[in-house]
Design a protein around this ligand. Structure first.
Ligand SMILES: Cc1ncc(COP(=O)(O)O)c(C=O)c1O
Length: 373
C-alpha cells in the first residue's frame, strides 16, 4: 500500500482535454505519482513491478512477458525494431496513416528493407491484401501494423490480419499505443508477437512509460537479431525483471500512477471499460453527425478511442480548434501532416465519461455558428 505525503489536492481540471493523448487522469492516480521515492533496487519496487506486470498481463490477455520501459510510444516502436531484426532484414509495413508511416521510417532508419503497403487515409487495412502482399514478398520476416491509427481515427481489423500473418509463418508487430486497454486486443488468442503501448493513452496515466508484450517467437527472433541496441535491449530487461528490477532507473512516479490506474481498470472490469468506450464513441459520432459535420473515417472501422472530423469547407480548422479552447476550455487536436487544418480529432479514451462528451458537443454547437456553419 502506497503512503501519500500530504499535498494539496489538484484543482478540478481547468480544461476538457479531449486530445488523443496525453489523456486526463483520475485525481488519485495523479496523487499516487506524488508518492515519496523508493529504492528501485528494493523489495518494494520488486512488488510494484511484479504487481503492475501481472495486471498488465490480465488486460493484454497474455501469458507473455511484458516489459515496462521508461520511454514514449515511439521508443517502444524503436525497441521492437532493434530487438527483432538485423540490418537488411525485410518487413511488410502496413500503413493507414501517420503512425504507420512512422513505423516505416523508423525501420528504414535502422537499415531494414521495408515493403510498404499503404492505404488511403480514413480507410482500414484488410486481411486479403495483406495475405497477397506476403505471398508476393515471401522473404519478409515480419509485418508491422498499427492497430488503431490515431491520426485518422481508424481501427484496423487486427484479428483477421493477424490470422493471415500467422498462417504465413511471419511475426506480427502491433503498435497498439492508442488501442489496448481501451479496445479489446487478445494478445495470445490473436497470436500477436509484439504488442506495444504507452501510459498516456487509454491507461489514465501520465506519459513516461511504455509497455511491450513479447511472444515466444519474438524472443527466438531476438536471440538472432543483430541490430545494434543498448538502452532498449529486451534480453537485458528480461534478465533484470527476473529480479524485479529494470536495467536503468525507471520512471518510478509514473509506475506508482500506472499501478493504481490498472487496479481501477480491473475494478471497473475490462468488459465494462470496453463497452464504455464503444458507447461514448458512438455518442461522439452521433453528435458530430447531428451537428451536420462529416466523419473522416470509414464508419465501419471508426475508432472507439479517437474520432476524426472533417473541417467544413471554408472554415479555418486551426482557428476552430483555437476558438473551442479559448471560448469553452475544450482542447481537441488538429490534423497531422497532410491532414493539418482539414480535420480535427476528439479523443475519448481512458478516463472519459458522458459529461466530457456532452461538454464537447455543446461547445461545438456553440462555436460552429460563429464560423458561419
Ligand atoms: C498509434 C500511435 N502510435 C505511436 C504513437 C507515438 O507515441 P509517443 O508520442 O508516445 O511517442 C502514438 C501517439 O500518439 C500513437 O497514437
Amino acid at each position: 500500500v502506497l503512503k501519500f505525503t500530504k499535498i494539496n489536492k489538484p484543482k478540478e481540471a481547468a480544461v476538457n482535454l479531449r486530445i488523443p493523448g496525453p489523456t486526463p487522469c483520475p485525481e488519485d492516480v495523479l496523487l499516487a505519482g506524488a508518492s515519496p521515492m523508493i529504492n528501485h533496487r528494493s523489495v518494494e519496487f520488486k512488488d510494484l513491478i511484479y504487481r503492475s506486470t501481472e495486471k498488465l498481463q490480465r488486460i493484454f490477455q497474455t501469458s507473455n512477458e511484458i516489459l515496462i520501459l521508461t520511454t514514449a510510444g515511439t521508443g517502444a516502436m524503436e525497441s521492437a525494431v532493434v530487438n527483432l531484426f538485423s540490418p537488411g532484414d525485410s518487413v511488410l509495413a502496413v500503413s493507414i496513416g501517420s503512425f504507420g508511416e512512422r513505423f516505416t521510417q523508423l525501420a528504414e532508419a535502422y537499415g531494414v528493407q521495408v515493403v510498404p503497403l499503404k492505404y488511403q487515409p480514413g480507410t482500414a487495412a484488410d486481411a486479403q491484401t495483406v495475405a497477397n502482399a506476403i505471398q508476393q514478398n515471401p522473404n519478409i520476416k515480419a509485418v508491422l501494423i498499427t492497430h488503431n491509427e490515431t491520426s485518422t481515427g481508424v481501427t484496423n481489423p487486427l484479428e483477421s490480419i493477424s490470422r493471415v500473418v500467422k498462417a504465413a509463418g511471419k511475426l506480427i508487430v502491433v503498435d497498439a499505443v492508442s488501442s489496448i486497454g481501451s479496445l479489446p486486443l487478445l494478445v495470445d488468442e490473436w497470436e500477436c508477437d509484439i504488442v506495444l503501448t504507452a501510459s498516456q493513452k487509454g491507461w489514465m496515466t501520465p506519459p513516461g512509460l511504455a509497455m511491450v508484450s513479447v511472444s515466444k517467437k519474438a524472443w527466438e527472433a531476438n536471440a538472432h537479431a543483430k541490430m545494434p541496441r543498448f538502452y532498449f535491449d529486451y534480453a537485458r530487461a528480461r534478465k533484470f525483471l527476473q529480479n524485479g528490477e529494470t536495467p536503468w532507473t525507471p520512471a518510478v512516479s509514473i509506475l506508482f500512477s500506472l499501478d493504481l490506474a490498472l487496479t481501477k481498470m480491473l475494478d471497473e472490469g475490462m468488459v465494462n471499460v470496453y463497452s464504455r468506450h464503444v458507447r461514448l464513441a458512438q455518442k461522439v459520432r452521433d453528435g458530430i453527425k447531428e451537428l451536420g459535420l462529416e466523419l473522416f473515417a470509414d464508419e465501419r472501422y471508426a475508432s472507439d478511442t479517437v474520432t476524426a472530423v472533417k473541417v467544413p469547407v471554408g472554415i479555418d480548422g486551426k482557428k476552430l480548434v483555437e476558438t473551442l479552447r479559448i471560448d469553452h476550455d475544450l482542447v481537441v487536436a488538429g490534423g497531422q501532416e497532410a491532414l493539418s487544418g482539414k480535420i480535427f480529432r476528439v479523443g475519448h479514451m481512458g478516463y472519459v465519461s458522458d459529461k466530457d462528451i456532452d461538454h464537447c458537443l455543446l461547445a461545438l454547437s456553440n462555436v460552429l455558428p460563429k464560423f458561419g456553419f
